[in-house]
Ligand binder design. Structure first.
Ligand code: ZN
Length: 260
């Protein structure tokens, strides 16, 4: 997509709305990952389309037999290898970098992401709430402590938390697993302060993420959508910018820089 196909009028209205707000947040989803070359889960070429959907009770299976789940995770020929490989190779795209710029400019106060790819942090965003976890991390199911993948010894499975002895699981939130309470309360606290939300690369239909823009809408605050496609929330958004986030977001930053 070239620059001329971006709707200039909508872009400047979005910039104006962001500029007038005091506590801007972003909610991001799979669309941003796809622009960094990470395959989607569903649809053509999707990981689950190729390998089959993972069990909807993944968390219950983990709890029932954590040792077996760990052995499956560590199996180099397991179905999740392709995903982990593409995650390891992925690098942030201009959309991720634009969100870092907005944070450094003092405009973006917090970022909630449904992506597990670590790309917001890799780009340099600091206040990131990873609602579905982070594939580079492990998490203690008892005390929520996070560890790097290589920080916890794996001689005995399942590994145990060095701080409290609880069972360690990958930080990525499995089907059937509750969102870790520290992340969820962080998201709720930030959303209560927020008066303008950018919803980028996600149709925001999956709960609890869907609740955050809905809260803004109920308060009469603007929600600005950036998405390749029309989504379920397009009709409810104050402004909907159609296009790749890697094109739209840097354009928004450019306009906002000129304003400030
Ligand atoms: Zn622990």
């Amino acid at each position: 997509m070239n620059e001329t196909s971006v709707d200039r009028d909508k872009l400047s209205r979005a910039a104006e709305t962001i500029f007038k707000s005091t506590y801007v947040m972003a909610l991001t989803g799979a669309g941003m990952s796809v622009e960094s070359g990470i395959p989607p889960f569903r649809g053509p070429g999707g990981l689950w389309t190729k390998h089959g959907e993972p069990p909807m009770d993944g968390y219950q299976r983990f709890l029932a037999d954590p040792k077996k789940s760990w052995e499956e995770r560590l199996n180099p020929r397991g179905p999740m290898v392709e995903l982990r490989e593409s995650l390891r190779k992925a690098v942030p795209n201009p959309g991720h970098h634009a969100l870092v710029d907005l944070e450094k400019m003092g405009i973006l106060k917090a970022l909630i992401t449904q992506n597990v790819d670590n790309l917001h942090k890799a780009a340099g965003s600091s206040n990131v709430l990873e609602i579905h976890g982070n594939f580079t991390l492990l998490r203690c199911l008892d005390c929520n402590a996070r560890y790097q993948n290589d920080e916890v010894p794996l001689e005995t499975l399942p590994p145990r938390c060095p701080q409290c002895g609880g069972i360690i699981k990958s930080d990525g939130v499995a089907f059937g697993e509750p969102i870790p309470r520290d992340v969820l309360s962080g998201c709720q606290n930030e959303t209560l302060k927020c008066d303008c939300m950018l919803v980028i690369g996600t149709s925001a239909t999956v709960y609890p993420a869907a609740a955050f823009p809905q809260h803004l809408m109920r308060q009469g605050h603007p929600v600005i959508e950036v998405n390749l496609y029309e989504s379920e929330i397009t009709p409810m958004c104050r402004i909907s910018l159609k296009g790749p986030s890697g094109v739209i977001m840097p354009e928004l930053v450019k306009i906002l820089r000129e304003k400030s």
